[in-house]
Design a protein around this ligand. Structure first.
Ligand code: AGP
Length: 607
């Protein structure tokens, strides 16, 4: 979604801003712009389209050592140049970029109109810059102008503000991430830690309610009410780095094939083969906490939700305590009952998903223990939870999540093993599972050596008006993940169902030639899944069967894609791979933008 980058220091700002925007591109956006402050004026350049489109319209040379930049994902007002950030005040005194949503912007805008200020854009963001300019005109200092403005706002904001007559930037955060990178005699501002890491490892994460005055020489922190505090500098634990495309045609392709290595990173040092258990240090789980937990609840959105569902099933299998998965966006609205002894897990690749953040806050407010299962180090969810497990997938830039899914499943498997070993899982069962988990990266590589008849599957999928995905147990969630991948990349309507439920409704959709993807690993549910497969076949459906090599069902599908055999509790780590490839290649066949599917964003930072 929207991205912010800012700079103040001795260097020319423009190249740094453009590079910052480029590194924010993966978040998903539809328009982009920069504002550069030279000695005398502020120059704004913006365009609908990509950062490369912006580069095309930039003048050859734009001098200036301070600037702000933005990638916009439209929420209020269409995708137009005038709605693109940075926005500027009617008198040119203030420019700003904004992430988030101002809920009361209509009434604020009306009040501005009554004071003779007409906004030129349709955005909620522009009202802020106009309000600040009015405060300045009434004699306020820049910090006061921002404080008075944010005090009147309802909603979420990450703001980076630049003033024509000042050599400073002001940042403000409420619900929308903002990080300041501290260099030597220079400062960087970003909505994402990722673009900062090439400049500095020393960062200040703004918390909700913070205002920061950023000068070349330092940062001062304030609250909206005027209380000052010392900035809390964090040294980024690891170099997030930029994921280079290298020879890969797309980020999604690269990330699919990175899964074996990513999985190794996730497992390394976190399993105790001897004891047949997990060892998730960052979760700081006391033995008593594990033993006394009455139940586990998991939260996530999209792919993270499906990974959480798999985690839920594994927890119940291994620990024999109830586990429930919730869609984050529904959680808070339903006024959930929180048990302080229960374990809550927030699952998220970005760690910035607004719906999951609000669920985490709800749990914390009601005294629950919440743990993050997160990829991006230092992200909001990771920091809010304080305890948890980083899934260590490395940067995932393609909007479609792939390697984060398998690592979420792996991290949750390790957690389930650790919980299970304090209860019903025997040492031998634990050892067997861990052994197979350690084998999984190698088995993934074996699958990638021969991915099977993906092209034939794409032949069936590319012209379909809809696709049904079926699986049972763990594979029901894999089916949902496969359907989500094809839907978001190829824009083909997909339905995923537990195979047994198919005859209670979706079977009505089937007609001659309808593609049905069936996920049937060699587990105790295989025979039942096959019954559903036969019911579909009998109605003329074309079956794409994902199954395990060496089983006895290799001839049941019209297209059969085998994956290497593994422990029945770990099959999602392998059965999802052909589904990812099918979605990727179908999207390509249809000429879709694989890494940046329409309307989607990588981090969904608004509720
Ligand atoms: C996955 O392919 C999606 N693009 C999307 O569903 C994603 O998984 C969801 O928005 C959650 O994101 P998160 O893991 O960063 O919280």
């Amino acid at each position: 979604m929207c991205g912010i980058f800012g700079y103040i220091g001795p260097q020319q700002a423009l190249p740094l801003l453009v590079e910052g925007l480029r590194r924010l591109e993966y978040r998903g956006y539809d328009s982009t712009g920069v504002a550069i402050h030279d000695e005398n004026a502020i120059h704004v350049h913006k365009t609908v389209g990509k950062v490369s489109d912006l580069q095309r319209i930039l003048p050859e040379r734009v001098e200036g050592n301070m600037g702000i930049a933005h990638t916009r994902w439209a929420t209020h007002g269409g995708v137009t140049q005038v709605n693109t950030h940075p926005h500027q005040a009617h008198d040119g005194s203030v420019h700003l970029v904004h992430n988030g949503i101002i809920e009361n912007f209509r009434s604020l805008r009306k009040r501005l109109e009554q004071q003779g200020i007409e906004c030129v854009s349709e955005t909620d963001s522009e009202v802020l810059v106009q309000m600040m300019a009015l405060e300045l005109a009434n004699g306020a200092e820049p910090l006061e102008a921002v404080q008075r403005t944010v005090q009147r706002l309802r909603g979420t904001w990450g703001l980076c503000i630049m003033f024509r007559d000042e050599d400073l930037l002001i940042c403000a955060r409420n619900g929308s991430p903002l990080i300041i990178g501290q260099g030597v005699d220079e400062m960087f501002v970003s909505s994402d830690p990722h673009p900062l890491t090439t400049h500095t490892q020393r960062v200040v994460y703004l918390e909700d309610g913070d205002l920061a005055v950023v000068r070349r020489s330092g940062i001062t922190m304030h609250s909206a009410q005027g209380v000052s505090s010392t900035p809390n500098v964090t040294v980024l634990e690891e170099e997030w780095g930029e994921s280079d495309l290298g020879d890969a045609p797309h980020y999604m392709y690269k990330e699919i094939y990175e899964q074996p290595d990513a999985l190794r990173q996730c497992i390394a040092g976190r399993v105790d083969r001897e004891m047949g258990s997990g060892r998730l240090g960052g979760m700081r789980l006391a033995h008593d906490t594990l033993v006394q937990a009455p139940h586990v609840r998991l939260l996530g959105c999209g792919t993270a939700y499906y990974a959480a569902e798999i985690g839920q099933m594994l927890i119940e299998k291994m620990a024999r305590i109830p586990a429930v998965t919730h869609i984050s966006s529904e959680f808070r609205n339903n006024d959930p009952v929180i048990n302080p002894k229960a374990l809550y897990l927030a699952v998220s690749q970005s760690g910035e998903t607004a719906d999951t953040i609000s669920a985490v806050k709800e749990i914390k407010l009601k005294g629950g223990q919440i743990f993050g299962v997160v990829n991006v180090v230092g992200s909001t969810i990771a920091r809010l939870c304080e305890k948890g497990v980083y899934i260590h997938s490395g940067p995932e830039q393609s909007v479609a999540s792939t390697k984060a899914f398998t690592n979420m499943v792996a991290a949750l498997t390790i957690f389930a093993t650790q919980l299970g070993r304090t209860r019903h899982l025997s040492k031998d069962q634990g050892r067997e599972l861990i052994e197979h988990l350690q084998q999984a990266p190698h088995l993934m590589e074996r699958y990638f050596d021969d991915v099977g008849p993906i092209t034939e599957a794409v032949d069936l999928l590319a012209d379909a008006s809809s696709v049904l995905y079926l699986g049972r147990g763990l594979s029901a969630s894999v089916a949902k993940e496969g359907a989500l991948k094809l839907m978001e990349l190829a824009y083909i309507p997909c339905l995923a169902y537990p195979a047994g439920e198919m005859k209670h409704g979706p079977i009505a959709l089937l007609e001659e030639g309808s593609p049905v993807v069936v996920i049937a690993p060699n587990d105790h549910l295989k025979a039942k899944t096959l019954s559903a497969l036969h019911e579909c076949k009998a109605r003329g459906a074309k079956i794409i069967l994902i199954h395990e090599a060496g089983d006895d069902i290799a001839s049941e599908g019209d297209v059969c894609i085998p994956v290497p055999a593994i422990h029945p509790w770990l099959t999602p780590l392998l059965t999802v791979l052909p589904l990812q490839l099918m979605a990727y290649h179908t999207a390509l066949r249809l000429g879709r933008d694989v890494d940046r599917p329409r309307n989607l964003a990588k981090s969904v930072t608004v509720e």
